[in-house]
Write a protein that binds this ligand. Structure first.
Ligand code: GLA
Length: 358
């Protein structure tokens, strides 16, 4: 081989190696393909930074099979300017998701925490019904056939409020009555018969959550018994490293849902860790990852599990302060041990699914 040939051969080999390196990097197990192999959705809550931040967007496209708008689809946001909702945020996410091959989870139609500022405190039943069903119908119909799941009602139970059935005391309960949840689900189903309709709540995995679990089960049992179109229950899973959770009670809860033919979803997973620590890669990240790992090890054993969503993807955008390192990526979009914990759990579910279908 002449000197020139040798040089061009070396250059070509180096280029090939670089390419192989890149191809290798591209083939690194992203969460999206693992979730698909496991027959699950993996998703994250996102906000308008999805369009502003290329590194965040790239991680979403690698890791997610579905996204959920963190706040722009809530009633108070859509109707912030008055009674006519601004449906533009709905269209914007639909366009992005469809162009990117992602499914959407709509969050959330009815939640006492996101009532529009103009909502009348003194509405009678008829007006409250008109406002609530009008909102549900307008929003769901604007995305008909294009949203895989809707969180129809969020956080409707609060045993601590003292109602005999455990329902939370909210304006809609007071104004419409105990059937407001059923009415909201029926309105959503009418506006989009293809969407999977979800009831979403927190504290269902908590050691102190027995009364909440019972109240939610009683609520969905009644809905199912009355033929209400409901397809699943979402467990928010806002965990804290110090609090612990009750995985056994959660599995029993999920089994009760399965008996009713309902999906089980993890909808807002994050892990707060207020303890002091050295930061990136240090103790807090490993403590957070250990909670992800243990929690998800139980979750992926749940037969009627259909999806896992984290509440954000990067510590850069979280309702929990970044120093608590709650999410799978750090603020610089570097995957953390929590990311590996999610990947391991999805891999385990995929292997089990494969074993069962082989
Ligand atoms: C609840 C809601 C979410 C979000 C979080 C954190 O869990 O369901 O939409 O607002 O609180 O604020």
């Amino acid at each position: 081989m002449g000197e020139i040939d040798r040089r061009s051969f070396l250059a070509a080999s180096a280029a090939a190696l670089t390419l192989a390196g890149h191809a290798g990097a591209a083939e690194l197990p992203a969460l999206g393909p693992l979730a698909k192999a496991a027959g699950l959705d993996f998703g994250a809550a996102v906000g308008p930074w999805l369009w502003r931040e290329a590194d965040f967007r790239a991680a979403v496209l690698r890791d997610c099979t579905a996204i959920v708008p963190e706040y722009e689809w809530k009633w108070d946001y859509l109707a912030r300017a008055g009674r006519r909702p601004d449906l533009q945020p709905i269209q914007r996410y639909l366009a992005f998701a469809e162009a990117s091959g992602l499914a959407l989870r709509g969050h959330t139609l009815v939640w006492h925490g996101a009532m529009p500022p103009w909502y009348p405190a003194a509405a009678g039943r008829r007006e409250a019904l008109r406002l609530m069903t009008g909102h549900v119908t307008d929003v769901v119909a604007s995305a008909r056939g294009r949203v895989r799941r809707w969180d129809v009602v969020n956080e409707a139970v609060a045993p601590e409020d003292g109602e005999p059935d455990g329902l939370r005391r909210t304006p809609l309960l007071a104004q419409i009555g105990r059937d407001y949840v059923e009415i909201a689900f029926r309105a959503a189903a009418e506006a989009d018969p293809a969407a999977r309709l979800i009831y979403n709540d927190y504290g269902l995995d908590a050691p102190y959550g027995a009364a909440r679990r019972e109240a939610v089960l009683r609520l969905v049992e009644q809905l199912v018994a009355r033929g209400t179109p409901i397809h699943g229950v979402g467990v928010q899973s806002h965990l804290a490293a110090a609090d612990g959770y009750d995985g056994e009670a959660l599995a029993v809860f999920a089994a009760r849902l399965q008996e009713m033919g309902l999906e089980f979803l993890v909808t807002e997973l994050d892990v707060a860790n207020p303890g002091p620590g050295p930061g990136p890669g240090g103790a807090p990240d490993h403590e957070v990852a250990a909670v992800y790992a243990h929690y998800l090890a139980g979750v992926v054993e749940i037969p009627n599990l259909t999806g896992i969503f984290t509440w954000g993807l990067s510590d850069r955008h979280s309702w929990i302060t970044a120093s608590q390192r709650p999410l799978p990526y750090d603020g610089a979009m570097r995957p953390k041990p929590a990311w590996d914990a999610i990947a391991d759990a999805l891999r385990r579910r995929a292997a089990e699914t494969h074993r069962l279908t082989a």
